[in-house]
Ligand binder design. Structure first.
Ligand SMILES: *Cc1c(COP(=O)(O)O)cnc(C)c1O
Length: 452
């Protein structure tokens, strides 16, 4: 018989299947495998920590979102939000699934072009498009979403020079009943800025106003906010039709649908409380269908959904470095994965599950990362079974924003693999090396020699 592992005894209140104070059972099943691959083997092959993307989950989630919208509305187009996760393999899966590209910088624009996306299917958002970025994207006939009037004047100027009539939309911000309101991007609906921008574009005759865009926020939990946004954009489109006899081709409702993560301080886990794609689709399409459009003139509905499509497909595997007690006696577990690669732990209570069997005793635990920084907290309070040094954990729903906002701080960024539809792992981003970092640095001659 295999020798049993020693676990320190703890005193714990007996809970005979009783729910905890949130009505939930603190129940844990070890996640020993991800899509047929043993966590232990993955970590020994690719190193710890390790990001894992499930291609199957990416495609299945995309399919759910697509079905929710296309069964309710005849003309739907998704555009993948690059900043949510711009690993080339991830973007390519979404493009294979029919998504256009939604980019917010010249860097992201170039990334999409390099991946082979048809530039006409690139939506260029964001407040900071340089003169060069605009020239290039106008030359390529991409869709430009104007954020402010300075950008409008720059585009007028460029279109004169290039003798081109760029296809543009304006970004509109508005009160949707969710506060604080995101009013720093685009033109405000309520105070007339949006209408003023529309009139300027229409009278200039220098560009073709093809769409109306908004992105009302992120991790939105109220489908009703999208119904309000869709209604306001539909009203603008109708007013444009009335005044200028001009048809808007698309209404773009941006991203922001909540994923199934749990926000810090939330009463219920996201898995139970986040609205589904069906809830969002019902709100949006009802507002559009009941709007002022004739059936044959319904605008294309564009969605720039990011986190809700990718969060669930991402896992972060890690290893326990040590356990200790805080000054107040609280259990502390230190992992080899910190906020440098898990930026979203500032907002989410990421679910953490052990990757090997354990006894069912759990204890309130603070989970720290490996950085020499006090803010390096992965979970302020997680009810976890006792983990030992060298044990592995799986951190769930990490696909959105971590692989773009990660920092190269103290250490190098880890490998990312994608597990394909046949459960085969592929490296999609190499572990960084000291060479990668040093390659972009220069030492002035006079500080090169060190004293011996
Ligand atoms: C970030 C962003 C998105 C994606 O938002 P999610 O919250 O990830 O869905 C879409 N559109 C624009 C303009 C964005 O800035």
């Amino acid at each position: 018989m295999e020798k049993q592992r020693y676990e320190r005894p703890v005193i714990k209140k007996l809970e005979t299947g009783m729910p905890n104070k949130f009505g939930l059972r603190s129940e844990y099943v070890p996640i020993t495998h991800i899509e047929g691959n043993s966590v232990k083997e993955l970590l020994s092959t690719y190193g710890s920590p390790l990001f894992v993307i499930s291609e199957r989950t990416l495609r299945q989630t995309m399919e759910k979102a697509r079905t929710a919208f296309t069964t309710r509305y005849p003309k739907v187009q998704f555009a993948w939000s690059y900043k949510t996760n711009y690993l080339n393999a991830v973007c390519s899966v979404f493009h294979q699934e029919g998504s256009w590209a939604e980019v917010v910088s010249g860097f992201e624009y170039d990334k999409a072009v390099a991946l082979g996306v048809d530039p006409k299917k690139i939506i260029f958002n964001g407040p900071d498009k340089s003169q060069e970025d605009l020239k290039k994207s106008i030359g390529n006939d991409s869709l430009i979403h104007i954020d402010h009037l300075d950008e409008f004047y720059t585009i007028v100027n460029i279109s004169d020079k290039l003798k081109k009539k760029p296809r543009v939309a304006i970004r509109v911000n508005m009160d949707t009943g969710v506060y604080p309101m995101w009013d720093r991007f685009g033109f405000n609906y309520e105070n007339g800025q949006a209408w003023d921008a529309i009139s300027k574009i229409m009278h200039s005759k220098k560009m073709e106003l093809v769409g109306l865009h908004c992105h009302i926020g992120t991790f939105m939990l109220a489908p009703s906010a999208y119904a309000i946004a869709a209604g306001k954009l539909a009203d603008l489109a109708h007013a444009i039709q009335q005044k200028f006899n001009h048809e808007i081709k698309y209404i773009d409702l941006g991203g922001g649908f909540a994923s199934r993560n749990t926000l810090k301080g939330a009463y219920l886990p996201g898995i139970d409380s986040s609205p589904s794609f069906d809830d969002f689709a019902e709100a949006v399409t009802t507002a559009l269908i009941n709007g002022p459009f004739k059936t044959e003139k319904l605008p294309l509905l564009i969605l720039e959904t990011g986190r809700a499509l990718v969060d669930e497909a991402g896992f972060l595997l890690g290893t326990v470095i040590s356990n200790k007690r805080s000054s107040t006696g609280r259990r502390i577990t230190i992992l080899d994965a910190g906020v440098n690669i898990l930026f979203t732990s500032f907002w989410y209570d990421h679910k953490i599950t052990p990757a090997q069997p354990f006894t069912h005793y759990t204890e309130e635990t603070i989970v720290y990362g490996p950085l020499c920084m006090n803010i390096d907290v992965i979970r302020e309070n997680a009810s976890l079974p006792l983990l030992n040094k060298g044990d592995h954990v799986v951190i769930h729903h990490v696909g959105a924003y971590n692989m773009t906002q990660w920092m190269q701080f103290i250490t190098l960024r880890p490998q990312v693999i994608m597990i394909d539809m046949n459960d085969k792992p592929h490296i999609i981003r190499d572990k960084e090396t000291l060479g990668n970092i040093n390659a972009v640095e220069h030492i002035p001659e006079h500080v090169k020699t060190l004293p011996r």
